[in-house]
Design a protein around this ligand. Structure first.
Ligand SMILES: [Zn+2]
Length: 127
């Protein structure tokens, strides 16, 4: 399979299994979901999205149109590395969960970032 085929297969699986539609293959920093800039714009490597876990990253729409960012690294993934990533995402008002990965099912894992409405509300009130 060519690389283009892998991308097409991922889109087909995501649509068939979860009803997801690809939004953008270029928007990869989850901070953008909460209206915060990627910190790499200031200084390359500064943002937590520089994680090696950010593989096959893309923005998707779930059924109903809500956007989320999905990273799909190959496993196994270190627990501490994952805990650190979750803590940083939570601090940026994002929900994170591990989910099935449409890239290479059984070999890649899905790390899904979504806007956490409650946290965002709290964050806006605090500012
Ligand atoms: Zn970033």
């Amino acid at each position: 399979m060519t690389t283009a085929d892998h991308y097409a297969e991922r889109e087909r699986r995501a649509k068939e299994n979860d009803g997801w539609d690809l939004a953008d293959d270029e928007i990869k920093c989850p901070r953008l979901l909460v209206g915060r800039p990627c910190l790499n714009e200031d200084e390359p490597g500064k943002c937590w999205c520089s994680s090696r876990l950010k593989d096959h990253a893309a923005t998707w729409f779930e059924r109903g149109g809500t956007a989320f960012v999905l990273w799909e690294p190959y496993g196994p993934v270190d627990d501490e590395e994952l805990a650190d990533l979750f803590a940083k995402a939570h601090a940026d008002c994002l929900q994170v969960e591990i989910c099935a990965s449409p890239w290479n099912p059984g070999r890649t894992i899905g790390i899904r970032f979504r806007l956490d409405d409650r946290r965002l509300m709290g964050w806006l009130v605090d500012e």
